[in-house]
Design a protein around this ligand. Structure first.
Ligand code: NAD
Ligand code: G3P
Length: 326
């Protein structure tokens, strides 16, 4: 097996399909035996990515040890599980391409920091950008940022995963690529709220734009480059995720905007809405860095059930007037 994928959710399965489309034998590790069985027997991940016929070059397993012989690993667990899953593998020397979007609760660490601690000998790359899994798995065109410190290693990984309809753009800014993907999830919840409460398209555009200002302030404070945040992994993904109920984060926000209870919405989920986990740790990390993120704060209050939609909207609209620049 040449490429291994850790995580049999929608995105891991879609990325396995991308890898297999290039003729790579691909091993997909999934936690759920029913996913392993469905992929191997029916060539479909009917649990997390129904309706997509999967390549015969994909084999699924529920044994992490089977990944030992892979030449590169795509890591696609939900962010809060990445440390434990990577620590459960033997020491790895193959490149790890991190495809999850989030900030670790408790430590406020980004996934490349978490992965480095769990697997210190592995070269780490971050793959992030505007990519709904079902579109990528269906072979529709998409472009992503592939961030890695070593340019030669990056070129090798890019060559390995690029496909005619899947285009990686290289960067060496892992922090920027990760902060873009993590923060946009929280902002997508805010845009879903706007939709659910019927606040209009002008308000949604304002949230995208002012949210991008928050992302940029926080990113710069953590060492990201502005050009990365304005690229595929930041602004590109923000625009995608803030515009469609195909986004689980947007859909969660829409439910909140319609007046549903946050706890009930979250308890009901089989799939992951990363923004719900990222929001509180992001708010704390921003406060620690002295960065204002009022939209992120509003999402936190809604998720915690500590304020109504109307109250957080009034709060945002009554902030002191200020210059637009950062
Ligand atoms: N779905 C997308 O379109 C998409 C696109 C780009 C990035 N991502 C990112 O990929 C990551 C995975 O999302 P997804 O959409 O593939 O997942 P998903 O919502 O389709 O499925 C949930 C996943 O969580 C896993 N899981 C649940 N409990 C777990 C545990 N205790 N330990 C380990 N794994 C556990 C399940 O096995 C499953 O793989 C997220 O960080 C997400 O932001 C998703
Ligand atoms: O469904 P979401 O909100 O997790 O978004 C999926 C991807 O991150 C979009 O790029």
């Amino acid at each position: 097996m040449r490429i291994g994928v850790i995580g049999g959710g929608a995105w891991g399965t879609a990325l396995a399909q991308v890898a297999a489309a290039g003729g790579e034998e691909t091993l997909l590790w999934a936690r759920e035996p029913e996913v392993v069985e469905a992929v191997n027997l029916r060539r479909e991940n009917s649990v997390f990515l129904p309706g997509i016929s999967l390549s015969t070059a994909i084999r699924a397993t529920d044994a992490l040890d089977d990944l030992a012989g892979c030449e590169a690993l795509l890591v696609v667990t939900p962010a809060q599980h990445m440390r434990r899953v990577l620590a459960g593998l033997p020491a790895l020397a193959v490149p790890l391409v991190l495809c999850s979007k989030g900030i670790e609760e408790g430590s406020a660490k980004l996934m490349h920091q978490v992965a480095h601690e769990a697997q210190p000998a592995a070269a780490i790359a971050v793959l992030s950008g505007p990519t709904f899994a079902h579109e990528v798995a269906a072979g529709l065109p998409a472009a992503v940022t592939l961030a890695i410190a070593d340019q030669a290693a990056g070129e090798a990984v890019a060559a390995r995963i690029a496909r005619p309809n899947f285009r990686p753009y290289l960067s060496d800014d892992l922090t920027g690529a990760e902060i873009g993907g993590a923060v946009k999830n929280v902002l997508a919840i805010a845009c879903g709220v706007v939709e659910g409460r019927g606040l209009g398209q002008n308000a949604r555009a304002a949230i995208i734009s002012r949210g991008f200002a928050e992302m940029t302030r926080f990113g710069l404070a953590r060492g990201a480059r502005a050009e990365t945040l304005a690229g595929l992994a930041g602004l590109g993904d923000l625009v995608l995720t803030c515009s469609s109920t195909s986004s689980r984060n947007f859909a969660l926000g829409k439910g909140l905007g319609e007046g549903a209870d946050a706890k009930a919405l979250l308890a009901d989920r089989k799939t992951v809405a990363e923004g719900a986990f990222t929001a509180p740790v992001l708010r704390q990390a921003a406060a620690d860095a002295g960065v204002e993120m009022p939209i992120v704060g509003a999402v936190c209050d809604l998720l915690a059930g500590s304020a109504s939609v109307d109250a957080v909207v009034e709060n945002l609209l009554s902030r002191p007037l200020r210059a637009e620049g950062l």
